[in-house]
Design a protein around this ligand. Structure first.
Ligand code: DON
Length: 325
């Protein structure tokens, strides 16, 4: 009786029923063979299109995972909301948004374009994320070496994930840096327009961006990060207050409007949840005040989103009332 009374206080009281739906949605998406694994970074092309995992962590720490949930993948663009969150937390929104906007670009994630103020449109696309990396590198504890900064950022990400350790994939990092003509072009274009804070070390800042993309985690770990965002910045596993509520609000707002590449508007319309995808096939999905979800499956649609991940979201929104409106 006490257990039942306790259970009914959970944010998803009938968690076992919910899991049955999640399992059905998982198996339905598993048979979807659409999409192509990203190949523009040679090391990413090696991922198996069979991989498919879903992990869920509620804001009160109930967890469920199914499929390839412990196989590591690189964060890629899923690092963008995390570096942005860290910059908001350490530098504050006024400083961050002196350098980067809050508007969807309406273009590809790596498009060579700045907004009408000659700033990157938002922190969820490459230009904006490179800029956020320069802010973290140059303005937040500038005395740190690149090595110290890497550790500092890794441990911040790890706190978002309930102190789960993250990995780093050096082969992806090297491959990524080798295949980075467009990112360098973006970086130089921003330097031409004096987008960076003074004293930015351009090469270090580009390396730092590639390193953030090459950090490794898995579905289980990423679902805790998403749950921390769902829970106003308090990690449901450790109860640590990692982010201020205003930082979380800013991160979720921009994930909502800009997180899914040039599909963001359609995703916001259809699914109505803040999410961020990356070219490794990962998707972070936040159901505010309920739970964090991470899906991972490498085959991507032409806009760069994981085909199985999108199917899972569509299915979930048809079954449950999570759409914000
Ligand atoms: O900068 C790149 O090309 C990749 N490392 C990250 C790309 C990614 O996941 C797409 N981002 N919005």
């Amino acid at each position: 009786l006490i257990t039942r009374a306790f259970r009914s206080q959970f944010v998803i009281p009938d968690f076992q029923d919910f899991i049955k739906d999640v399992e059905e949605m998982y198996w339905a998406a598993k048979s979807n063979s659409d999409g192509k694994v990203a190949s523009y970074i040679p090391q990413l092309a090696k991922a198996s299109s069979e991989n498919w995992g879903v992990s869920i962590c509620t804001i009160d720490g109930q967890r469920f995972s199914i499929g390839d949930v412990t196989v590591p993948f690189t964060l890629q663009s899923c690092s963008k909301p995390l570096t942005y969150a860290m910059a908001l937390e350490t530098l504050g929104p006024d400083v961050v948004h002196k350098y980067v906007g809050t508007e969807p670009s309406g273009r590809n994630f790596n498009e060579l374009v700045l907004d009408y103020n000659m700033k990157p449109h938002n922190p969820m696309i490459n230009a904006g994320a490179i800029l956020v990396c320069s802010l973290l590198k140059t303005l937040d504890r500038p005395e740190m070496t690149l090595a110290e900064k890497f550790d500092y950022v890794m441990s911040f990400f790890s706190r978002l994930a309930g102190n789960e350790g993250l990995g780093f994939n050096n082969a992806v990092f090297l491959s990524e840096r080798e295949a980075a003509d467009r990112n360098y072009a973006l970086g130089f274009y921003m330097r031409e327009h004096k987008c960076y804070p003074e004293k930015t070390n351009f090469r270090e800042c580009m390396d730092f961006y590639f390193q953030c993309c090459s950090m490794e985690a898995n579905c289980d770990i990423m679902s805790i990060m998403a749950a921390t965002l769902a829970n106003g910045g308090i990690c449901p596993i450790t109860d640590e207050k990692v982010l201020r509520p205003d930082s979380v609000r800013n991160v979720l707002s921009l994930m909502h409007s800009c997180g899914m590449y040039d599909y963001s508007g359609q995703f916001a319309f259809k699914v109505g949840l803040p999410a961020k995808s990356g070219v490794s096939g990962a998707m972070l999905i936040v159901v505010p005040n309920v739970m964090g979800i991470c899906t991972w499956s490498p085959p991507l649609d032409p806009l760069g989103n994981s085909c199985r991940g999108l199917q899972f979201c569509d299915d979930m929104i048809n079954r449950f009332n999570f759409h914000k409106y």
